[in-house]
Design a binder for this molecule. Structure first.
Ligand code: ADP
Ligand code: ZN
Length: 519
C-alpha cells in the first residue's frame, strides 16, 4: 500500500495532515469502525477520501445533500480520482456505464443519498462491487438529539448488518455526548474508535448585544464592515425578506434565503454569495449546510437560535479561511418567550418539548453569561479551554466589574429557601422587590418574610445575579424545564456561614446598549 503521506502530496499537494486526520485515517486503514468528530473546516472529507485511494476498490459515501456531493465529485475528478454521485435522474446509458465501472473496480468513491442508499437496486449494485469502506457524512443527522435530524438516516442502521466486514467511518461536526452515543448505537458501531478534534475557533470573535432597535444595531455594525461577506440569520422567512429589503434600500447587496423560495432562486442566491456578487444573505437555518465559502467575515444572529449547537454550527460558517471574523447575537428576553411559545405550539411529545426547552435554556444562559463565551461554548462540547479568559469575546474584553455582593446574595438565597425551591427568576424578583402583581397575590406570597426585602435592586440586576449565583453553585436550576431555581448545599452554607460572594457590580447588558457594536 502506498503510504498515505505520499498520496496526500501527490493528489492534494498538501505536505502534512491537519490535526487528527492522520490518526483517523490510520484507524480506518486498520479496518476499524471509526467516529470522527471535527469542527467545520477541520478537514473531514480527507478522512475517507484518502483511505479510499489507499484501500483501492470502492468506498461508498452517504451524504445528505446533492449539492455537497456534486462539489466533492467535481473536486475529486479534477484531481484525477474517479468519483461518481449516484442519483435518480441519470440516463440509462450513463447508469449502465457506472454499473460496469463499479463491477470492474474502476470507481473509487460513490456518493449516494441516505434514501437511495437503502434501496434494493443500489444495494445489489454495491454488493457486486469490491466494497472496502463505507463513510457516513454529517452523521449527526441520525440523532434526534442533533440539530438536524433526518428520519431517512435511521435506515442506515441496516448498513452494518448488510456489510459486517466492511469498516464504517461516521463523520460529524457535532460533539455533544448524546449525539455521539446515538450515532454509534444507531449505526451499530459501538466499538468504534472515537476521535474528537478541538472546537476552538480561535479566529472568531463572539459578542452578544441587547436587541433594542435591531435595525440600527445592524446598520451600525454593517457600516464598519462595508463590502464584507456575511450571513444574517433570522427566525422567520418573512423577517429574512424584510431585513434584506431594508438593507437593499440602504445600498447593500443583500438577498433573502429560505425554504419557501423556489429552488431556482435559492441556487441563484447561493451561487451569487459564493461568487461574491451577493455580499449579504439574510437567511433562515435552511441556509449554510454544505456551503464552503472561506471568506465569510461575519455571522449575525438577528434572533436567538434554538440551541447552542446550532449557534455554534451557524457561527462556524464565518472565517473558514482562518482570518479574524465576527459573530454577533442580538438578544432579547422577548425573543426567548417567542421561541418558547413556538416550541410549545409545535405538537411535540412531552419528552421532546422538555428537551427543546432545556436546550433553549442553555442558549439563554450563553446569552446572559458574564464570563468568557468561548469557554462556555467549549465546555458545552466537553472541551476544556486553554485559558480562563480568551481575548476575543465581549465578556473577556469588557469584563463586568465585581463587588462584594454578599448582602444581595443572602437575600436571594434566603428567598429561594423560603419559597422551597418552587419558583423561577421572575417570581423571586417580584417577591424581593415587593411587587403587587397578580401571582404574588394569588399565592399570598406577600405574607412571606422575604417580601419586599430587596426593593433597592432592579429586575435586571436580579436576573444577572441569580444566573451568576447558579453559575457559582449557590443555587441550582431544577424542574422539568429548568426554570425553577432551587437551593444547594453551598447556598445553605452561605446562609449559615461567613462566606463572601463576589457579584457583577452592575447589570451587564445595560452597559452594552449605550455602546453601538464595535467593529
Ligand atoms: P469539513 O468537511 O471538516 O468542514 P473539509 O473536508 O471541507 O472540512 O476541509 C476544509 C478545508 O481544509 C478544505 O479546503 C480542504 O481542502 C482543506 N484541507 C483538508 N485537509 C488538509 C490538509 N491536510 N492540509 C491542508 N488543507 C487541508
Ligand atoms: Zn472570552
Amino acid at each position: 500500500m502506498t503510504p498515505p503521506e505520499d498520496l496526500l502530496k501527490r493528489y492534494w499537494g498538501y505536505s502534512s495532515f491537519l490535526p487528527h486526520q492522520k490518526e483517523i485515517i490510520g484507524s480506518v486503514l486498520k479496518g476499524q469502525d471509526t467516529l470522527a468528530i471535527m469542527a467545520t473546516g477541520g478537514g473531514k472529507s480527507l478522512c475517507y477520501q484518502l483511505p479510499a485511494l489507499c484501500l483501492g476498490g470502492l468506498t461508498v459515501v452517504v451524504s445528505p445533500l446533492i449539492s455537497l456531493m456534486k462539489d466533492q465529485v467535481d473536486d475529486l475528478n479534477e484531481r484525477g480520482i474517479l468519483a461518481v454521485a449516484f442519483n435518480s435522474s441519470m440516463e440509462y446509458r450513463v447508469r449502465t456505464k457506472i454499473e460496469a465501472d463499479l463491477k470492474n473496480g474502476k470507481i473509487r468513491l460513490l456518493f449516494v443519498s441516505p434514501e437511495r442508499c437503502m434501496q434494493a437496486g443500489f444495494l445489489d449494485l454495491i454488493k457486486a462491487a469490491p466494497i472496502r469502506l463505507i463513510a457516513v457524512d454529517e452523521a449527526h443527522c441520525i440523532s434526534e438529539w442533533g440539530h438536524n435530524f433526518r428520519p431517512e438516516y435511521r435506515q442506515l442502521a441496516q448498513l452494518k448488518k448488510l456489510f459486517p466486514a466492511v469498516p464504517l467511518v461516521a463523520l460529524t461536526a457535532t460533539a455533544i455526548p448524546e449525539v455521539r452515543r446515538d450515532i454509534c448505537q444507531q449505526l451499530g458501531i459501538s466499538d468504534a474508535h472515537e476521535f474528537v478534534g478541538s472546537f476552538n475557533r480561535k479566529n472568531l470573535m463572539y459578542r452578544v448585544v441587547e436587541k433594542k432597535n435591531p435595525k440600527i444595531l445592524l446598520l451600525t455594525f454593517l457600516s464598519r464592515h462595508q463590502h464584507e461577506s456575511g450571513i444574517i440569520y433570522c427566525m422567520s422567512k418573512k423577517e429574512t425578506e424584510e431585513v434584506a429589503r431594508d438593507l437593499r434600500r440602504r445600498g447593500y447587496n443583500a438577498q433573502a434565503y429560505h425554504a419557501g423560495l423556489s429552488k431556482q432562486v435559492r441556487t441563484k442566491v447561493q451561487d451569487g454569495f459564493i461568487k461574491n456578487t451577493i455580499t449579504i444573505v439574510c437567511a433562515t437555518i435552511a441556509f449554510g449546510m454544505g456551503i464552503d465559502k472561506p471568506d465569510v467575515r461575519f455571522v449575525i444572529h438577528y434572533d436567538i437560535p434554538k440551541t447552542v449547537e446550532s449557534y455554534y454550527q451557524e457561527t462556524g460558517r464565518a472565517g473558514r479561511d482562518g482570518r479574524p471574523s465576527e459573530c454577533v447575537l442580538f438578544y432579547s428576553r422577548g425573543d426567548i418567550a417567542r421561541v418558547r411559545s413556538m416550541l410549545e405550539h409545535d405538537h411535540m411529545t412531552e419528552r421532546n418539548l422538555r428537551a427543546s426547552l432545556r436546550k433553549l435554556q442553555e442558549m439563554t444562559e450563553y446569552c446572559e453569561a458574564i464570563t468568557c463565551r468561548r469557554r462556555f461554548l467549549l465546555s458545552y462540547f466537553g472541551e476544556e479551554s486553554p485559558d480562563e479568559h480568551c481575548t476575543s469575546c465581549d465578556n473577556c474584553n469588557h469584563p463586568a466589574a465585581r463587588n462584594d455582593g454578599t448582602e444581595p446574595a443572602r437575600l436571594i438565597v434566603e428567598c429561594v429557601k423560603e419559597l422551597s425551591s418552587n419558583f423561577g427568576i421572575d417570581l423571586i424578583t417580584d417577591l424581593l422587590r415587593g411587587s403587587t402583581c397578580a401571582r404574588i397575590r394569588d399565592y399570598h406570597l406577600d405574607a412571606l418574610a422575604a417580601y419586599g426585602t430587596g426593593k433597592q435592586y432592579s429586575k435586571a440586576q436580579y436576573r444577572t445575579w441569580i444566573n451568576e449565583l447558579v453559575r457559582q453553585g449557590y443555587l441550582a436550576r431544577t424542574g422539568d424545564r429548568y426554570l425553577v431555581i432551587g437551593m444547594t448545599d453551598k447556598g445553605e452554607d452561605l446562609l449559615r456561614g461567613k462566606n463572601r460572594v463576589m457579584l457583577p457590580a452592575q447589570e451587564k447588558m445595560k452597559t452594552k446598549t449605550t455602546k453601538a457594536p464595535r467593529a
